[in-house]
Design a protein. Structure first.
Length: 210
């Protein structure tokens, strides 16, 4: 397939990465206004007590219409340390935790000024660990109704914001705490990577229905 628009995202969900495999090029939206309570600054992992949301605090000005590229991260609280602790608690018994954690830990130690830059750094690291090389394009203008497929708003943690996606049918895989909580679909790519390791790509390919 041709091109797709995606929002920036913090440790994006599996559906997001399936789009990186499905499309020839991916346009990361950099000119939209920031939207709260989305994957732009949060991810979902499977913790001992169920699904846990990890959110990056951001600095909000008086204006509600702040370009996503200009959103600053708030480091007044030790959220990076808290996120890393939560991930370790959730996945320390996952098969590939030891294999990948040394590569992932440094992203919780740098303090990028802007959310967009931080997310892009994480995305590049995840692509490296997954051994994929999608063609990423940073948008230079905002297209309200783009010619390319548009999933900027519909890959969303809230069910009511999602739109039907016949090309994504999540394939089940073994998860930590699966016996306790059953299989939880479309969590952060962290869940798939730390549980499946090199098999993550095969699972994603099986989840893409063309």
């Amino acid at each position: 397939m041709a091109s797709i628009y995606l929002s920036t995202a913090y440790f994006p969900p599996i559906q997001y990465f399936c789009k990186l495999l499905e499309y020839d090029s991916v346009i990361i939206e950099a000119e939209e206004h920031y939207q709260k309570q989305s994957y732009r600054n949060r991810c979902r992992i499977l913790a001992p007590n169920g699904i846990q949301s990890l959110s990056i605090p951001v600095v909000r000005g008086r204006s509600r219409e702040i370009p996503i590229r200009d959103i600053k991260i708030d480091y007044s609280m030790p959220w990076q340390l808290n996120h890393l602790r939560s991930i370790k608690t959730a996945y320390r018994s996952a098969p590939y935790f030891e294999h990948y954690m040394d590569d992932l830990a440094p992203v919780f130690q740098t303090q990028d000024k802007f959310l967009f830059d931080y997310n892009l750094k994480i995305l590049e690291k995840l692509n490296q660990l997954l051994e994929i090389n999608p063609k990423l394009i940073i948008s230079e203008t905002f297209e309200k109704i783009p010619e390319a497929d548009d999933f900027r708003d519909s890959i969303h943690p809230k069910d009511r914001m999602q739109k039907e996606d016949p090309h994504f049918q999540p394939e089940e895989y073994m998860q930590v705490f699966m016996e306790k909580h059953r299989f939880q679909k479309n969590l952060s790519i962290l869940d798939l990577l730390l549980n499946e390791g090199p098999l993550s790509i095969a699972t994603m390919k099986e989840s893409v229905k063309l």
